[in-house]
Design a protein around this ligand. Sequence first.
Ligand code: ADP
Length: 237
Amino acid sequence: MENVELIKDGKRLDSRLPEQLRDVQMKVGVVSRADGSAEVRFGNTVALASVHGPRVLYPRFLQEAETGILRARYSMAPFSVSDRKSPGPDRRSVELSKVIRLAIEPTIFLEDFPKVTIDLFVEIIQADGSTRVTGINAASLALASAGVPMRDLVTACSIGKIDNTLIVDLTGNEDNNSEADVAFAMLPNKKKITLLQMDGVLTKEELMKLLQLAKESCEKIYELQKNALRENYKTGE
Ligand code: ADP
């Protein structure tokens, strides 16, 4: 691992405090052909989510008689990273598509939509760390704006550990050089965790502290999500 000093005098390379999010921007209703859509930016990470449905699933043999299904696709644009990424699916995007589906599924009343599909596309336009959680935040807004019946929004954040310090909302550089990093998603009102993935090693005490910080960070992000939805109703799009 490269020896980079990522925290100096209590601040990160971009002058953030350990618990500080990057500049966050959220906009709902950005894809005119979609039933619901949203763009979410955390610093230089930009995710676009687009929802199509609920609609009856064809071909018919794919239908589930008792429930609807959510199909999710995560994809990173070739121009989203500094070295061009080869287009098309790879192992990572297959994993992240599944992770996003599992993080989102518990909030949707799928049981009320037999034989139906909801199609969710998460496109990473720019990648600078934390793309899966940025994608989940965008996906949840896109679903809400599509009018999909949901128990709650889904709110997600990344937390890592560098130099014995827990940091929130990792950049790509921080992600590559962290001792541990966690992707976390929850239903903020139901207080239910729907995603918990970790790379690296933490003690039990560190993990408990990290989870508390993740919840607090998600509460902040949840407020921004609600504002983005309200903003969309204001403009009537
Ligand atoms: P996440 O983006 O959810 O944190 P990873 O830990 O897999 O997921 O990726 C961390 C970061 O590494 C990404 O956000 C991106 O900045 C960078 N990255 C991932 N895949 C590639 C790639 N194929 N080429 C260049 N950078 C990449």
